[in-house]
Design a protein around this ligand. Structure first.
Ligand SMILES: Nc1ncnc2c1ncn2[C@@H]1O[C@H](COP(=O)(O)OP(=O)(O)O)[C@@H](O)[C@H]1O
Ligand SMILES: [Mg+2]
Length: 254
């Protein structure tokens, strides 16, 4: 097993997972110009590509459809068998950016359960991780991908919450399940979009250490308004400072 660091962000919807994942990719690219960095948009609702200013051509779901339809026994073979044969296709789907690579899970059009694509996603994470030094995964909201062991190989689990009870409950639930289903080395909470920084003292995150508290970020709101990508946020924007602090506390940045 290589010593790749697989960082995943999880938490309920709308708490800032995608924004934080994008900022972390930027920080890793800046701090480790000689390392291979991969950003994975694992949320079928899509967002990380936009946040990073990337136009996605081929998704993991596209590859899945391709291999299922071209393999004679496409329905009976396992995801790993099919993907093993189509390994080069996965590498073809990587988008090369300045300082990092990117891949998106895609948005299966069939409504309901994403379990099929999640199985592929899990294999893709396994296959690709060995070729990178740092992997940042922007997860789907909620607990599904933890439950389905998609995040099994994650080494650093970052649980994002806002100051709501719901937000802190969701990350505690995720952590309970992750303790059994994710082989993580480190876990920590990021309290984001706080009405005031002091409120972080009042948050109940159970046994998850809070790595940083990030206030509502005016620069990010402005970027949002203009549709600019977070890559160009100034270094002193609260979310950039917060992401940096979290990565330091969890031992990724020094
Ligand atoms: N600290 C913050 N201050 C202000 N706005 C924020 C902050 N964090 C996130 N946002 C905004 O909240 C919205 C949801 O963030 P996003 O990163 O898409 O969350 P998620 O991926 O968890 O659904 C976005 O419009 C984002 O710009
Ligand atoms: Mg998101």
């Amino acid at each position: 097993m290589s010593d790749v660091k697989v960082i995943a962000v999880a938490g309920k919807g709308g708490v800032g997972k995608t924004s934080l994942a994008a900022v972390m990719v930027k920080l890793l690219a800046e701090n480790f110009p000689d390392k291979k960095i991969l950003a994975i948009d694992a949320d079928p609702a899509v967002g990380l590509s936009t946040a990073l200013g990337i136009e996605v051509q081929t998704t993991i779901d596209d590859i899945r459809k391709e291999v299922v339809s071209t393999a004679e026994d496409g329905d009976t073979k396992s995801a790993l068998e099919l993907l093993g044969e189509a390994r080069y296709r996965i590498f073809d789907a990587l988008v090369e950016q300045d300082g990092f690579s990117f891949i998106a899970v895609g948005r299966p059009e069939a409504a309901g359960c994403y379990c099929k694509i999640n199985t592929y996603l899990k294999e893709v994470i396994g296959i690709l991780s060995n070729n990178f030094d740092y992997v940042v995964i922007d997860g789907e909201a909620g607990i599904e991908q933890i439950n389905r062991r998609v995040m099994e190989k994650v080494t650093h689990l970052l649980l994002v919450t806002d100051s709501s009870k719901k937000g802190t409950q969701v990350i505690q639930t995720i952590n309970q399940v992750a303790k059994e289903l994710v082989m993580y080395e480190k876990v920590g909470a990021i309290a984001n979009r706080l009405p005031s920084k002091e409120i972080v003292e009042l948050l109940d995150t159970g046994d998850i250490p809070i790595l940083t508290g990030i206030p509502s970020d005016g620069a990010l709101a402005e970027f949002d308004l203009k549709g600019e990508n977070v890559f160009y946020l100034p270094d002193d924007a609260p979310i950039v400072l917060g992401a940096k602090e979290a990565l330091k506390k969890i031992g990724i940045l020094s």
